[in-house]
Design a protein around this ligand. Structure first.
Ligand SMILES: [Zn+2]
Length: 330
């Protein structure tokens, strides 16, 4: 690992790892280096990752029924891990928690919901999930829900009244809004309503790869103008039109392009580890330092690399999260 990578604050804005450790499914033990999958505690450490957003995606079959239970079960996977390995992983709920993370200390874990389905159309459950430590809300996965239209929602509708209330409530509580998976009208609405910077946790540039989940130049510019960050993702079909050819070279090209369009302060990383089959040179946490090697080879200066690796996301989360301990203020 290059010393710059070890020393830098490395933040990954999206993984689906919790779903792979549920009792009864793949049942991975995240304390051990897995024979399959992409991420676990040893590989977070080997990859030099200092803070990881763990998304709770209920699974496609449970979006319409059982999403709340599915999200709670994923939270429980992380709570158990926090209890089993307190020296290796620590929950980040506040800006102060972020400040405590160090290169050789426990990895910071942020909890997120991927899709508002788990909230069951209520604001009350947003508060409940907040009390449980959730600090990221992706309003949609791909289909339409009570809050908004996802990229597969079938219309060009923006946020519903409920979706608008959710954005305001996230601002008030200190929850970072995630517009990956949202359709164009929804992204526009979130940007118009949110008083805080937002993120697209795992999306790339549409100009380089036509996937509908990738962002247009004007969306990249709009997210940046409001102080937000786009997490470049490793998913093959978001890297190149023929996903089979995808490699780290395509990821570096997306990063470079988005830096060009959105600016150096607005690009980060969101692997989507354990969400998809990933390119061979990016398919495991310990390969993360290769991104730093690649950016150095591109000629990026050290301070720019630090911003991409994590400082940009740290800025957004530091601004949005509650400053101190939140329980009781929710
Ligand atoms: Zn996703």
């Amino acid at each position: 690992m290059h010393p710059l990578h070890h020393d830098a604050f490395v933040f990954d804005a999206h993984c689906d790892t919790l779903g792979q450790a549920l009792p009864g499914l793949l049942r991975r033990d995240l304390r051990e280096w897995g024979a399959f999958g992409h991420l676990d505690l040893p590989r977070l450490a080997a990859g030099g990752i200092n803070c990881q957003v763990f998304a709770c995606f209920p699974g496609e079959s449970r979006l319409n029924a059982g999403a709340t239970s599915a999200a709670l079960q994923r939270l429980e996977v992380l709570y158990e891990l926090l209890a089993q390995a307190p020296d290796c992983i620590t929950l980040v709920q506040t800006a102060a928690d972020l400040d405590r993370l160090t290169p050789d200390g426990p990895v910071g874990a942020l909890l997120g919901l991927e899709g508002a389905e788990a909230l069951d159309g209520t604001l009350a459950l947003l508060h409940t999930f907040f009390r449980l430590g959730v600090r990221v809300l992706g309003l949609s996965w791909n289909p339409r829900n009570a809050a908004c239209d996802g990229v597969d929602g079938g219309g060009d509708f923006g946020l519903t009244l409920y979706g608008r209330e959710l954005v305001q409530a996230c601002n008030q509580l200190g929850v970072v809004l995630d517009v990956s998976h949202l359709n164009a009208a929804g992204i526009k609405d979130v940007l118009a309503i949110s008083k805080q910077p937002i993120m697209a946790s795992h999306s790339n540039a549409r100009a380089l790869c036509g996937n509908r989940r990738n962002l247009t130049d004007s969306q990249l510019v709009a997210i940046a103008a409001q102080g937000g960050v786009i997490g470049a993702t490793f998913v093959p079909d978001f890297l190149v039109d023929n996903g089979e050819e995808a490699s780290i070279g395509h990821l570096l090209a997306h990063i470079d392009y988005m830096v060009d369009v959105a600016g150096i302060d607005h690009v980060g990383l969101g692997s989507d580890f354990d969400g998809w089959t990933l390119p061979e040179d990016l398919d495991s946490g310990e390969k993360y330092p290769r991104i730093t090697d690649g950016l150095l080879a591109y000629g990026y200066p050290e301070d720019a690399i630090r911003k991409i690796l994590g400082e940009n996301f740290r800025r957004v989360f530091h601004q949005v999260l509650p400053p101190g301990h939140p329980i009781g203020d929710a």
